[in-house]
Design a protein around this ligand. Sequence first.
Ligand code: R5P
Length: 547
Amino acid sequence: MYFKNRQEAGKLLAQKLKKYKGKNVVVYALPRGGVVTAVEIAKYLNAPLDLIITRKIGHPYNPEYAIAAVAENGDLIGSERELELVDKEWLRKEIEHQRLEVKRRREKYLAGREEITAEGKTAILVDDGVATGLTLRAGIRELLQRHPQKIVVAVPVIPISTAEIIKKEAEELVALTIPSDNEFLGSVGAYYEDFSPVEDEEVIKILKAYDRQRKEKAKQISSPIVAEQIDPILFSFSTHKYMVEKLKEIPNLSIGKFDLERFPNRELHLILHTHVAERECIVLGSIAPAEENLVSFLLLCHTLKKEDAHNITAVLPYLAYSRQDKKEYQRSYATALIGDLLKASGVDQVITVDVHSLHIKQLYPIPLISLSPAKILAEEVRKLNIKDITIVAPDEGAIKRAEAVRREAGIKNELAYVIKKRTANGLKLLELHGKLSKTVAIVDDILDTGKTLLACCKKLQEKGVQNIYIMVTHGLFSGKEWEELWNYGVKRIYCTDTLPLPRQVSSKNITVLSIIPLLVEELKEEYAGVFTIEKKDRYSFFDYDEP
Ligand code: R5P
């Protein structure tokens, strides 16, 4: 995940902190860069903003290399081993010097403004990113002395090993991206398009402007700070009306109304019947077929934004056009286009189920959350109650999702998988890897025409497999070719309800599983605003690596 600038990162973080809106919260920024990010959060939460000033202690022979950090109260945090090695007298003087510098900065930035007490409140400590975490940890030390009820750390990026330390020192960690240590790009700046240094003057300007803004707001409303209406409104297209009843389980959700009509010239026209200014909107539907659904979807989102919706979450259980995700010479690159169109129409984030490939998250210019149906599919594998069963991935792209189902279902047999090979004369050959049982379950994301699965079933039959169960997330069932599957050992096809089954498709051997509980769980959490490391682990197929 990359951010345009600190401001954008702050806005994205604010979304993840929704549940603190209107609550007894103080936002504390670590200057200088953290102030630009923090003010966006403070604005969104309607919360006071203050500073926690910490200073790094550089190594005596290499000042760029931080060995410790000092809090405003003089508390020192750093590696004991490093601190042991430096001259004690030098260290004492350096701590004193940095404490004076902290004082000087507080005076310069806040010019006598009183500290905002954290006592009994939720303190949200914000920086523009974290690498070693020394500064942040010194900040936590400082905050602890101010007796908040709870400390929440909010940062756009933090490597996982630092995140694990912070999770032990603060009650909650909210981050937009938590790369593994190997994937961490080495510096926070690498996650930003614009990471230009923030000068003292900018910090002062931001703080002054924010104070002014709060004073004006306080004058306008006689009561101090009122909690704003943040209950979400759900707008659903007819393609997904079967989900609406269940989604009503989301606390305080209301249902938005709109009409779509066609002019005689076939142009679509949307009329909104619900007031959405400053409200959180969820738009549920489909973008395929594009001629009708994509345009309607974009028109609705665009109208919501135009009417000042605060935030729009597009819920597209099946993310159509996600298989055109490669940049190939003279071919359309529809996945990238759809991401751009959603953003241009005002969508702030997309929630989908089992996105075709992880790299689509990078192609989309807005956050894309993909929920894994592994648990739901694994439950069906368990219910089959077959002792000797092999899970099969029908192509390379399906290996991780099939492996996730195998593990979740507790299947001991190793995964088998098929890969496509091209021969010298251009013919495509299927190569099967792994040991097979008489009964197998093939796991894939999409059953479209069924060609991929048919080829796989034929191969499995050649190898003596007798019973095949198919488990896919999205059942498109295009055309008739997929019906051939019944002639190649397929006993049952399981798919989920990310899309309604096409009308002509009915078979007592097709089981449709509901992913609605997944969506409800995710949306409940979204609107509680929490984003933790656990959540990442819980949902992603693709982070499923060998332990
Ligand atoms: C391929 O990469 C996908 O994961 C599916 O296996 C494929 O797109 C399904 O399409 P069809 O059913 O038309 O073979």
